[in-house]
Design a protein around this ligand. Structure first.
Ligand SMILES: Cc1ncc(COP(=O)(O)O)c(C=O)c1O
Length: 361
């Protein structure tokens, strides 16, 4: 054995110390991990990475919307003024001023959301995993729209639920079906605004009916809302959270209004659930990076999103129109498609005799 060069403190193995003929390990994967399947999203993202491909398949925000200079200035301010705090460990539930900002921005005249009801997470994707961890047992009944966000199905799947599809039509989820399907279920996962993947928006009357139906049978209603701010024309419809804050679990994200690379989202729920999720989060990653939370707070605290979001809405509205016009011009007779009022998704339905998986290949 030697100690490398000079005063290096590291010890190095010599060739004679290395073990020969080691057999490759046979992994005994946990029963839970066997629920993990290769995500279709990952397969889609692999294709989007190929330089010759312009992909319309994944929910990737347009890089043209990323406020690079604004974020650069926010990083600089935080590191200059509060560097020692920003680079330290932080609380599991999140950076207090940002939790307050989230609570304020979701409060309205009728409903006051408290910072204690907010858990900051490493992208709302982590919120989905934590919800699965604390609410789903093996065999639990979990209600979802069909189709639904694949990333949520993947996050919940590892906890072994049985998924039940709630019927949908052109306007999205049909609330009348929920009471019969949802008795004794663990949760209902819904995407009311510009749904991923269909682009559909749940009308106001259906939101009210859905909240009422879930409240009647004591079914936790998850309102996943990363696209709500990206309405092309009008203000977004009222949140289900504000109709019944005791029965709705709301999930928001900075991914589509700032940038996804910073991995920051939030869950808003009754404090009894938030405290349980906080314990699960502590075990998972202690906390979401203090630095990025402080930088995002710095970036949004003075109203930046009020000027930034309209520019994103306009860009996506224009791009959506280009796509709808192109579908109209170039698609053969047979397929039909949705006409979204916001967000990033158009859903094309092919005639029954065409297999979409084969077509992609
Ligand atoms: C409906 C929905 N929920 C959650 C997420 C995850 O977002 P985040 O980047 O906040 O983890 C996405 C991402 O595309 C999404 O489409």
């Amino acid at each position: 054995m030697h100690t490398g060069q000079g005063s290096s403190p590291w010890l190095f193995l010599t060739d004679t110390m290395k073990i020969e003929n080691s057999n490759p390990l046979q992994w005994h994967f946990s029963r839970r991990s066997r629920q993990l399947q290769s995500s279709v999203i990952r397969e889609i993202l692999k294709i989007t990475m190929r330089p010759e491909v312009i992909s319309f398949a994944g929910g990737l925000p347009s890089p043209a919307t990323f406020p690079v200079e604004h974020m650069k200035a926010a990083f600089d301010t935080v590191l200059t003024q509060q560097g020692k705090i920003a680079l330290q460990y932080g609380p599991t539930d999140g950076y207090a001023p940002l939790r307050e900002w989230v609570a304020d921005s979701l409060s309205d005249d009728g409903v006051r959301i408290l910072p204690e009801q907010v858990l900051m997470v490493s992208g709302s994707q982590q919120g989905l995993d934590l919800l699965g961890k604390v609410l789903i047992d093996e065999g639990s009944n979990v209600l979802v729209e069909a189709p639904s966000y694949l990333g949520a199905l993947q996050a919940f799947s590892i906890y072994g639920p049985i998924f039940t599809s709630v019927p949908v039509d052109e306007q999205g989820l049909i609330p009348a079906a929920v009471e019969a399907l949802g008795k004794g279920a663990s949760l209902l996962y819904a995407l009311p605004n510009f749904q991923n993947p269909t682009g559909r928006t749940l009308p106001l009357e259906r939101r009210v009916a859905l909240v009422e139906a879930c409240a009647r049978i004591g079914l936790p209603l998850i309102e996943d809302d990363p696209y709500g701010a990206l309405s092309y024309r009008n203000d977004p419809l009222p949140r289900m959270l504000n109709m019944n804050p005791g029965g709705v679990i709301y999930m928001g994200s900075f991914s589509k209004v700032l940038m996804p690379g910073i991995r920051l989202g939030y869950v808003v729920a009754p404090t009894s659930l938030i405290r349980k999720m906080e314990q699960a989060k502590q075990a998972a990653d202690l906390h979401t990076a203090q630095l990025t939370q402080m930088v995002v707070y710095e970036a949004v605290k003075d109203g930046f999103l009020q000027t930034h979001i309209p520019t994103i809405r306009k860009l996506y509205a224009d791009q959506c129109q280009v796509m709808l016009d192109a579908l109209q011009t170039w698609f053969p007779a047979g397929p039909s498609w949705t006409r979204p009022e916001g967000g990033m998704f158009i859903w094309v339905t092919l005639p029954g005799h065409i297999d979409a998986g084969e077509l992609v290949k």
